[in-house]
Structures are given as structure tokens and as C-alpha cells.
Design a protein around this ligand. Structure first.
Ligand SMILES: [Mn+2]
Length: 344
């Protein structure tokens, strides 16, 4: 694959930045998905190859989804909780697949990362970084990091190639969602190296019984509008499940919008999906969380979170109602016209 022309300049900058550093903190999204995880491991590989810098990979939240846990296990990662990080111990801080003040990463507001590499739309707070590489057209951050590796003549080992391959495939749903030519080339480059048996094990891995209980709850709560389905998962341990259910419901044949939400760790998490051409899930999520929380994402998929202030049942019910109302209004759906997805 041929890295985009700006990659050389960014890589030089990265090399300059890391030259004098000894400890690098790499921060991912709070509930890291495969793209986040792979991008972090790729950046660690680069830092280790350049200068043998000691790297720590951290995130807030949890690695919830069974597939993501399996990936972390396969990579033998020792991930650290952001809340337990002493930022003063690091002389360089990087963020991958996330940006400061984005809401999906609980980086303290007084910490400014030196490096931000991401494929979400640029946020003003990221401008303070010394190295910013935002390519919002790309289907994944893993593709950007692979370009760095190729540009630096670093060949990914089997584990890293497997992670990057999976990261790109899962963010782009097998190159079918928001993938660019660069993403396809990256997948073609990685395919011969990646461990296919391991990928199959990761994707078809074991899930706990509670997974099916959540799925049952999600389906029973699902409301079907003309071209949209919405549902609530209620209180959940694993916020990743919200995105998974939003993806699943989008497969219903008449549906091209979905919204799923659930409460975890004192926050209402919301996922919005669309398969409508020219629609903007990222704009819809902004309207859904306006004045209440944060949100962002991509045209086809986006997420947001709203902190609960009192944490009472009535506050929760009120917020869920508001979120539903705003979502239906934003996509132009008739809020009166709905039926249960699964009839009793
Ligand atoms: Mn991503």
C-alpha cells in the first residue's frame, strides 16, 4: 500500500517529538473498540522501534464486548485505567481514535495531549496538540497508523497485523461502511499477515448468559416506526452492547435509522445508526444530546452520552423520553406511528 503523501511529514514530526522522550502514555476511547485498541498497539510499536520508549496504554470505562476482550487477551495487553494514571509521570501523551473533550474519553480537562491521531471530525480542543493527524474521511484510525508503519518501513508482526485488520474491518463493517480506497488497500496489505484462525475465534467467541438476557430485553423494548427502530437496554454493565444492538436492529428490512440507549456508570449512553445515503448520524446525535451531554461520530454511526445528575428513576425516564423525542424529530419520523417490533 502507498501511504498518503502527508504521512511522511507527520511521521517525521512524530519521530522528532518522541526523540527526547522516555515515557509515552497512549490513551484510547473509554470503552475501546478494536480500532482504538489496534491503533494504540501500532503507535506503541512505532515508539518502541524508534527509541525504545516505555509505553503505557490507558482508557476510562471498560472493555465490554466479548470480541474486544478476546482481542485484548490475544494481544497480551495490560491496559491501565485512566483514573489511576499519574499524568506527571509521562513526558509525552498521545490520543488515538479519540480527541480531547469528545465525551467518549474521560481525559481530565487540564491534560493536553501532545499527539492526536484520529478519524473523527476535528474538535477545537485537539488543536492544542503538537502533532495532529485527523483524517475524517478514513474508515478507521488503524489505516492511518498502518500508513505510518509502512512509511517507517516497520513490518507489523502477526499480532499487530491481526489487530489492525480486525480494527479496520470492524469500524468499516467489512469495508462496507465509510471505507476509503486507503482502508481497502490496508486490508489487502494486512490480509496475508493476519492470523485468520485467531480472527475467527475472536469474532465467534464465547459470550456470557447475560448477553442473551440483554438481547431479549432490547428486543422486547424495541419500537418500530416507519423507517426507524429505537430501544432501551435499561441499566447495563457493558455500554458496548448499545452499539451492538443499534447495528443489529439496522438489519430490519424496512429500517434505515436506529437508536439504542442504556444507563451505565451514571450516564445515559446513546448510539445512532443510519444506512440512508447522505444522512448524517453525527448531526442527529448532536441534536439528541444538545445542552445535556456530548456526542459525535461519523455520518453512518455516532454515539453520545448524557451524565445523570440525580440518578433517580424519574430523571432517567425523563431523559429517555427527551432523547426519543429529539431523535424522532431529527430524522423526521412520526412519533405517533409506531408498533412493538416483537408483538406480545
Ligand atoms: Mn475508529
Amino acid at each position: 500500500m502507498k501511504p498518503a503523501s502527508k504521512t511522511r511529514d507527520r511521521l517525521d514530526k512524530l519521530q522528532q517529538l518522541l526523540k527526547t522522550k522516555t515515557r509515552l502514555l497512549i490513551i484510547m476511547q473509554d470503552n475501546p473498540d478494536p480500532d482504538s485498541i489496534a491503533a494504540a498497539v501500532a503507535l506503541r510499536k512505532i515508539a518502541n522501534t524508534f527509541d525504545n520508549i516505555q509505553c503505557t496504554i490507558a482508557h476510562g470505562g471498560t472493555v465490554g464486548r466479548a470480541e474486544n476482550r478476546a482481542l485484548v487477551r490475544y494481544l497480551g495487553l495490560n491496559l491501565h485505567q485512566l483514573a489511576e494514571i499519574e499524568f506527571g509521570k509521562f513526558d509525552c501523551i498521545a490520543m488515538v481514535d479519540a480527541q480531547p473533550a469528545a465525551g467518549n474519553c474521560s481525559l481530565p480537562a487540564d491534560v493536553t495531549p501532545d499527539i492526536v491521531i484520529d478519524h473523527h471530525p476535528l474538535r477545537a480542543a485537539a488543536r492544542a496538540a503538537k502533532l495532529i493527524d485527523i483524517r475524517s474521511k478514513y474508515g478507521s484510525t488503524s489505516t492511518i497508523l498502518l500508513e505510518y508503519l509502512v512509511q517507517a518501513w516497520i513490518e507489523p508482526d502477526i499480532q499487530l497485523a491481526t489487530a489492525l485488520f480486525y480494527g479496520i474491518r470492524s469500524d468499516t463493517q467489512d469495508l462496507g461502511r465509510q471505507a476509503t480506497r486507503q482502508d481497502s488497500e490496508a486490508v489487502a496489505y494486512l490480509f496475508p499477515i493476519a492470523n485468520k484462525r485467531m480472527l475467527s475465534e475472536i469474532e465467534r467467541g464465547e459470550v456470557p448468559r447475560v448477553y442473551f438476557q440483554m438481547l431479549d430485553e432490547a428486543l422486547r423494548n424495541a419500537k418500530k416506526y416507519e423507517h426507524a427502530i429505537t430501544t432501551s437496554l435499561g441499566q447495563i454493565d457493558n455500554p458496548d452492547m448499545i452499539a451492538e444492538v443499534a447495528d443489529l436492529l439496522l438489519r430490519e428490512e424496512e429500517t434505515y435509522w436506529t437508536m439504542c440507549h442504556g444507563i451505565s456508570g451514571g450516564k445515559l449512553f446513546i448510539s445512532v445508526r443510519t444506512m440512508k445515503e447522505d444522512a448524517r448520524a453525527d448531526k442527529v446525535i448532536h441534536r439528541v444530546v444538545a445542552g445535556k451531554g456530548t456526542g459525535g461520530g461519523h455520518p453512518a454511526y455516532a454515539g453520545g452520552q448524557i451524565p445523570l445528575i440525580k440518578g433517580t428513576k424519574s430523571e432517567q425516564a425523563g431523559l429517555e423520553k427527551l432523547v426519543l423525542k429529539r431523535f424522532l424529530k431529527a430524522i423526521g419520523a412520526d412519533s405517533q406511528q409506531w408498533q412493538k417490533l416483537i408483538p406480545n
